[in-house]
Write a protein that binds this ligand. Structure first.
Ligand SMILES: [Zn+2]
Length: 351
């Protein structure tokens, strides 16, 4: 290999080196110019063929070229690595003095908050919590509660029937029927709460599953005055000074029956919100929060009590509607959706 060849070789190497900007390209260059079969190695091997006179000079030139290639490759590799490191540092840069990101804390579902609040009020009145099954025998859901076979509430359109003749309970009153059947000592003051099911079309104030809260108070000598006083206490404890009103109602398992309305919180009784009819109260300005009444004599007879001696009051609250009313949310079904912003609003409202 002549001096000219070596210069040409180094020139091509440099041209390729200028293009090589990643570790793979540099490695390919190293193989091509310093590998066993590279022109430089082959030229070193072929030195024997060079005349003894020229050999030292040629050898020196080849070795110089080899050293040059090695040095330039090393420098290029270091430059590539430095660039990669700089890029990574730039991308992964962080200010360790910055305050950390706040992780939002979990919170209880607004319905749970409402249920706990109601339960706290009921405890003040001496009520205890009673649990019961959600898949219920129709006897406890209907028959025992003066809702016989032909009653429209048992219609397929209102009730979810389950295999084996069972129903998804349509109210938590079934829990109280089970309790009364066990003939507990008087007085009885219990509440039951949880999910109930109705085969209903979903709109702003109706969902096929909702939460209910019910109580009974059974004793000797209870009158309608006990009922009214109890309901007024509950309404005031839960809603403060919002106006309330009583109105006659019909329920199969109470007689007489009464409904309690509070002024709508979403529209403050106006019936309209932002220029359209308030969906929370269907424009009425009032929302029924409680259904109640004196326990029907037939229910007492069913469980072997003498209705001439024993009386009782029963009441139920829709906790779903209560949560939406409490927080001033127009659409109750929002409670069952997974929009955290709504839940946060509700939490602020329920506090
Ligand atoms: Zn309203």
């Amino acid at each position: 290999m002549s001096a000219l060849d070596i210069d040409a070789l180094v020139a091509t190497f440099r041209a390729r080196l200028a293009e090589a900007d990643d570790p793979d390209a540099l490695e390919a260059l190293r193989r091509d110019y310093l590998g066993k079969k590279s022109p430089i190695k082959l030229a070193l091997k072929g030195l024997r063929a060079v005349s003894a006179e020229d050999r030292p000079k040629v050898a020196q030139a080849i070795q110089a070229a080899q050293k040059q290639v090695e040095d330039e490759l090393t420098a290029a590799r270091e430059a590539v690595e430095a660039r990669a490191l700089a890029k990574r540092l730039d991308a992964e840069w962080m200010d360790l003095t910055m305050p950390g990101l706040a992780t939002p804390r979990g919170a209880r579902h607004p319905l749970t908050v409402v249920e706990d609040r109601v339960m706290a009020v009921m405890r003040q009145l001496g009520f205890a919590l009673q649990d019961g099954p959600e898949v219920e025998h129709p006897y406890y859901n209907f028959d025992a509660l003066n809702i016989p076979e032909h009653h429209p509430a048992r219609d397929m359109q209102d009730t979810f029937w389950v295999d084996g003749g069972y129903v998804l309970r349509t109210h938590t009153t079934s829990v109280q029927a089970r309790l009364l059947e066990s003939r507990p000592a008087l007085p009885v003051r219990v509440v039951s709460m949880g999910r109930v099911y109705r085969n209903e079309a979903v709109d702003a104030t109706h969902t096929a599953m909702f939460h209910q809260f019910e109580g009974i108070w059974v004793d000797r000598g209870l009158t309608f005055a006990h009922l009214k006083g109890t309901l007024a206490f509950i309404a005031r404890a839960l809603y403060g000074d919002r106006p309330i009103r009583f109105k006659p109602k019909f329920y199969p398992y109470t007689e007489p029956s009464v409904g309690v309305d509070i002024q709508c919180g979403a529209c403050a009784g106006a019936g309209r919100v932002d220029g359209h009819g308030c969906e929370a109260c269907h424009g009425a300005g009032w929302v029924t929060i409680l259904g109640s009444g004196m326990i029907h004599p037939k229910v007492f007879l069913e469980f072997g009590y003498d209705p001439a001696e024993v009386s009782g009051i029963a009441f139920g609250l829709g906790t779903t509607r209560m949560a939406s009313q409490w927080a001033g949310v127009e659409k109750a079904r929002k409670l069952y959706e997974q929009d955290l912003r709504v839940h946060q609003t509700l939490h602020r409202g329920a506090r």
